[in-house]
Design a protein around this ligand. Structure first.
Ligand SMILES: [Mg+2]
Length: 268
């Protein structure tokens, strides 16, 4: 595929622009440079702790230039996928407010929806208490479908790696003998929605992220050009166990604009 002078770029947020909301150097400059080159950007995150407007505001606070509408979040994707359904949600209260159009119920659910864990153990303890997990099991056992915003095993924080809700989702899959539908990355529909929002073709679109499974393997499965960053949850062993070869492996977001310019000039 020949690349146009300006290309669509999907950017992961957590581990790319920040870790525990501490900025990773060069992010704001990289966004400014990609915008100056005319590239179309969309910020695609599996983060399920803050609502979209808060994520966008926090990024602007780090000096990034972006609109709320450019941020694609998994709670909103879940609201789209489950529209009109009765849903038992195990998710942080701040993202439950994003589940517009769903009827939230405790019993008689059509679907059980899992969000991600919070860095605050007290918040996580409340949402994923045994009683909550057991309520979810009861609904699944009587036939509700299992959905999750993502199925991540862990994520990188300033304090180190933290267990994420993928562990609970896998536990419920095991107990109820069901398979979860993942709404966020690496699911195909999530990437397709991002491409549609940019009016983009997969083959000319770059996916930039720090998560091997969600960003790189998921992006490659959708035909995107992948850029794997050595920040956030990146581990050198990812490169050995990866089933796909990333298009590039770069030190950080600061190196992305130059790489994309090189790809564009090599292609024309
Ligand atoms: Mg990430």
């Amino acid at each position: 595929v020949t690349l146009p002078a300006s290309v669509p770029i999907l950017l992961d947020i957590d581990g790319v622009f920040h870790v525990s909301w501490e900025p990773i150097p060069g992010g704001a400059e990289a966004v400014a440079r990609m915008r100056a080159a005319g590239h179309r950007l969309r910020f695609v995150t599996n983060q399920t702790i803050r609502p979209r407007a808060e994520i966008a505001a926090a990024l602007r606070g780090m000096g990034l230039e972006l609109e709320d509408e450019e941020v694609q979040t998994t709670p909103r994707a879940a609201a789209h996928v489950l529209a009109g359904k009765r849903v038992l949600a195990l998710a942080m209260p701040s993202t439950v407010s994003e589940l517009e159009g769903l009827e939230l119920v405790e019993e008689g659910a059509d679907a059980v929806l899992f969000g991600g864990c919070d860095e605050d153990p007290a918040a996580t303890r409340e949402v994923f208490a045994y009683e909550r997990l057991n309520r979810a099991f009861a609904e699944l056992d009587r036939g509700a479908g299992l959905y999750c915003m993502h199925k991540e095993r862990w994520w990188q924080t300033a304090a180190g790696p933290l267990l994420d809700s993928g562990a609970f989702v896998a536990g419920l899959e095991y107990a109820a003998r069901v398979e979860a539908t993942v709404v966020g990355k690496p699911s195909g529909p999530y990437f397709q929605a991002a491409l549609a929002a940019l009016g983009a073709e997969a083959g000319e679109t770059f996916m930039v992220g720090d998560d091997l499974e969600a960003d790189i393997v998921g992006g490659a499965a959708c035909g995107l050009r992948t850029v794997f960053l050595r920040t956030g949850k990146f581990r050198p062993s990812d490169l050995e166990r990866s089933p796909v070869e990333p298009g590039a492996v770069l030190d950080s977001i600061a190196d992305v604009p130059e790489w994309i310019e090189a790809c564009v000039s090599a292609s024309t």
